[in-house]
Design a protein around this ligand. Structure first.
Ligand code: DCS
Length: 282
């Protein structure tokens, strides 16, 4: 089942126009929300970020986010989704192709579910990454459908047999192609500040909260490639990758070469939050 505007339909019944501005311009915003045991993780934060992204591109959501939450609940009930994710996007709707906004646009909202387990192998063993130039635009804080820069960077990683591309704007590490990046140095976590150069990840903020409860210092400060490569630990975070250690970057070992103690400590606390949902009766 697919949520289209405010109704549920079978996929074969859903028609997206070739002149939908999402299709032609990437003119829209999206969210990926994790579902554990049939329950949304961080729903309020995702709705808040969706509203912010929409506001920043002057896009009107078709209805308020409290209603949207109800519809998304209906969607996961209808699809009986237990473990997986919901992909949701809103575009500026259908109009004869022209760059500027149409008058009175009618936005298109689509959401669908996908069953996926947690990437436990990667979470436990770590991944390798490359560094590559951050070729994206200057409003990476907006969760826009325009992902070509991210796509090209991720493809580079794939061609190098790596799982993630860590992006460098000049000499500054911004984030991953689909993740936020944290480094640990002397028991302090560093991550790029939440400004226009990165997406302010929901998982990123959960990690910052966890670190604080663990008496670990967190500095939302930018750091350079030397700091990245000489970090004690590096981790990438996202809704789908959760907290994944990075053990090799550009073929060089990071820290001990295996997931580090601070990363593991934060993972344990993150798992406790997930476990709460996994054991909740519903
Ligand atoms: N940075 C970028 C560029 C992202 O695309 C994402 C998430 C993140 C950071 C992490 O944000 P969350 O913690 O809120 O997920 N990318 C989503 C995506 O496109 N697929 O999965 C998650």
């Amino acid at each position: 089942m697919i949520l289209l505007q405010d109704g549920l339909f079978h996929r074969s019944e859903v028609h997206i126009d070739i002149e939908d501005r999402g299709y032609q311009f990437g003119d829209g915003v999206y969210e990926v929300i994790r579902v554990y045991n049939g329950q949304f993780f961080g729903m309020a934060e995702h709705m808040e970020r969706l509203e912010r992204s929409a506001r920043e591109i002057q896009l009107q959501l078709p209805y308020p986010t409290d209603l949207l939450q109800e519809r998304l609940n209906d969607l996961i009930n209808a699809t009986k989704l237990k473990d997986g994710q919901v992909y949701l996007q809103v575009t500026r709707g259908v109009f004869e192709r022209m760059h500027h906004f149409p008058v009175n646009p009618k936005s298109t909202l689509v959401a669908y579910t996908k069953e996926t387990g947690r990437p436990l192998d990667k979470i436990n063993q770590g991944i390798s990454a490359i560094t590559t130039e951050d070729i994206r635009w200057l409003r990476c804080d907006i969760k826009s459908l325009n992902l070509l820069g991210n796509v090209l960077c991720k493809q580079r990683a794939k061609e190098a047999n790596c799982d993630e591309a860590i992006l460098l704007r000049g000499n500054t590490v911004t984030e991953g192609s689909s993740t936020n990046v944290f480094i640990v140095k002397d028991r302090t976590l560093y991550t790029h500040p939440a400004n226009n150069y990165i997406l302010n990840g929901i998982t990123r903020n959960v990690i910052i909260e966890i670190a604080k409860t663990q008496q670990l210092a967190v500095k939302e400060e930018s750091f350079d490639k030397v700091a990245l490569m000489s970090a004690d630990e590096v981790m990438v975070t996202s809704t789908t990758m959760e907290i994944t250690p990075v053990t090799t970057i550009d073929d060089l070992q990071i820290g001990s070469g295996s997931p580090g103690p601070i990363t593991k400590q934060i993972q344990v606390k993150f798992d406790e939050k997930v476990e709460k949902l996994l054991t909740a009766a519903n």
